[in-house]
Each structure stands twice: as C-alpha cells, then as structure tokens.
Design a protein around this ligand. Structure first.
Ligand code: C2E
Ligand code: CA
Ligand code: CA
Ligand code: CA
Length: 276
C-alpha cells in the first residue's frame, strides 16, 4: 500500500491455475500474512574488523506461518517474487526494521542492511517509499544499506541503474551481495553506484583449506579498494577465519563467529541493553 504506483505482476498469468508452490505456500496465504504481519525480521550483527566494534546489522526475513511454522527466506522469497508480492513484503520489512532500530537501539551510528530483490529495484516508487519510511522515523538514509545480489542489477539494467542512482544520491548505501559467484562481476562493479562489496560466504568457508579461495578473497579486497568500495565478509564462523580476513584488509565481518541472526529482543540482550 505504501508503494503508490501500481505493481505489475509479470508472473500472474503463469500462476493462474494452482496458486501453490514448494512447501505449499499459496498467494492467498501470503496476502493474509501481509495483512496480519506474519513476516518479521531477525538481525545479524556485523563488526568493523580493525576495531572489532559493532558496525550494524543485516535484517533477514522470517515468516511465522500459522500452519507451516517458521519459514526461512529460501522457503518464501522466491514465491513472493512469483506471486508479485515481493514489493509489499519488502516495504513491510523495511518499516519494521527501521522502526526497530530507531526506537530500540540507542546508537545512531549503527547501519541496517536489507536485501532487495531485483524486481523491486526496477520500481521507481521504491525510492520515495524508502525515503518516507526514513523520514517518518527521523532515520538518516545514510545508515541504510541495500544489498543487491550480484545478478540482481542485470535484469533491467536501465531501470535498476535509475533507482540505484537515486537512492545513492540520497545517501543510501548499496552493497553488491554474494560477490564472486556470478558472472558479470567486474563490469557491474564499475558501472553501478555501489558503496560496498559483500564477499560470498563460500569463499570464506573454503579459505581455511584452499589457497585458491584465499587468493580470490585477496583479489576481491584489492579490487574493491582500488574502486574505493568497502568490503564485508559474510559467513565468518571462527576466529582463524576472522584473523585471516582482518589481515587481508577486509573492512567488516559478519557470521556466526560474531553473532547469529537474532530477534530484536535477543539483540538487545546481546548488546547488554535491557530487552523490551
Ligand atoms: P544472504 O543475503 O547471503 O544472507 C546471509 C545468510 O547466511 C542468512 O541466511 C544467514 O542466516 C546465513 N548466515 C549468517 N552467518 C552465517 C555463518 O556464519 N555461516 C553460515 N553457514 N551461514 C550464515 P537466511 O536468513 O536463511 O537468508 C538466506 C537468503 O535469503 C539471504 O542470503 C538473502 O539473499 C535472502 N533474504 C533474506 N531476507 C530477505 C529479504 O528480506 N528480502 C529478500 N529479497 N531476500 C532476503
Ligand atoms: Ca544479504
Ligand atoms: Ca550474502
Ligand atoms: Ca549468500
């Protein structure tokens, strides 16, 4: 509802018959979930490698389905896209995340990263919607990071570039997610207004036993630095891996070693603040 422009549903025809998919999620389920706010976020902390200080969080979607139980993004994000409901889901989550951080966490340096689907990135209306959500909470747009999967910006390059540029001009930071596993990496990095590169966790996981993975990580960090982009490593699961990334010059680290994705209340306990 917050996105004023009509939302196209390119897949609607294909889904005309049985509106079910995968685990038995239907479009009707999802419509009800939106109305009843069954979607929520968990937050995973990210630290600055040099100082070891908390830098912010990545917001990750969860769906408390009344019949199917707790669903992970892999169980419903693709369905939301094919049902033409991903924009609504995204806006609801943005509202929740920005509201939570601005209300509950008393540190206005912390950033909040959201994942955005490629299709949402082609909607010009998302720019004003996002800025309005920030304004409503007096939340500085520069604290928002929009993570876009490496392949995300290639679907409709002209329109995504327009949306990305407009977000960037208002201070919103853009992160290229899962970097290294796609194909058009280099050209995208140079062409699009990214602020940050998020190194895919497959490289981080392989680094302890693969010198090849370590070389790729170093190459990504070097490339990012020469383009004046910050680097984030995801999937950092142990101290050795953290040390390796730190000495390779990675700027930020996120993963189970630093903290699991947590509910808002659990984050406050984790930070040593009283919950609720
Ligand atoms: P992602 O953006 O690559 O997110 C990181 C995923 O890695 C999360 O899974 C997180 O729980 C997991 N993870 C974090 N630390 C570690 C670690 O140390 N080791 C390992 N093995 N895994 C770790 P999750 O929450 O299941 O999310 C999966 C994917 O779903 C995300 O991958 C993201 O692409 C997508 N997603 C999540 N929330 C949203 C959303 O609100 N909108 C959209 N469009 N996509 C979302
Ligand atoms: Ca992400
Ligand atoms: Ca990622
Ligand atoms: Ca990933």
């Amino acid at each position: 509802a917050l996105i004023a422009q009509p939302i196209e549903r390119p897949m609607a025809g294909k889904l005309a018959q049985p509106q079910t998919a995968g685990v038995g999620v239907t479009r009707e389920h999802m419509m009800r979930a939106l109305a009843e706010r069954q979607f929520s976020l968990v937050y995973q902390p990210k630290i600055n490698c040099r100082e070891g200080q908390l830098a912010g969080f990545e917001a990750l979607a969860r769906w408390e389905h009344p019949e199917l139980g707790a669903l992970m993004p892999a169980d419903f994000i693709a369905h939301a896209e094919s049902f033409g409901l991903i924009d609504e889901v995204t806006v609801l989550l943005l509202e929740e995340g920005i509201g939570w951080l601005s209300e509950r966490i008393n540190d206005n340096r912390l950033t909040l990263a959201f994942n955005m689907a490629a299709t949402t990135l082609t909607r010009p209306a998302i720019v004003d919607c996002l800025l309005q959500l920030c304004a409503d909470r007096a939340f500085e747009p520069g604290r928002l990071i929009i993570e876009i999967a490496e392949t995300g910006a290639t679907q409709d390059p002209v329109r995504s570039l327009d949306v990305m540029t407009r977000l960037r001009l208002r201070g919103v930071r853009l992160s290229i997610d899962d970097f290294g596993i796609g194909y058009s990496s280099l050209s995208q990095l140079v062409r699009l207004p990214f602020s940050e590169v998020k190194i895919d966790k497959t490289f981080i996981a392989a680094a302890s036993h693969s010198s090849e993975a370590r070389s790729i990580i170093s190459a990504i960090i070097g490339l990012a630095r020469s383009l004046e982009l910050e680097t984030v490593a995801e999937g950092v699961e142990d101290l050795a891996s953290f040390h390796q990334l730190k000495s390779a010059g990675c700027d930020f680290a996120q993963g189970y070693f630093i903290g699991r994705p947590m509910t808002g209340d659990a984050v406050m306990t984790w930070m040593g603040q009283p919950a609720a």
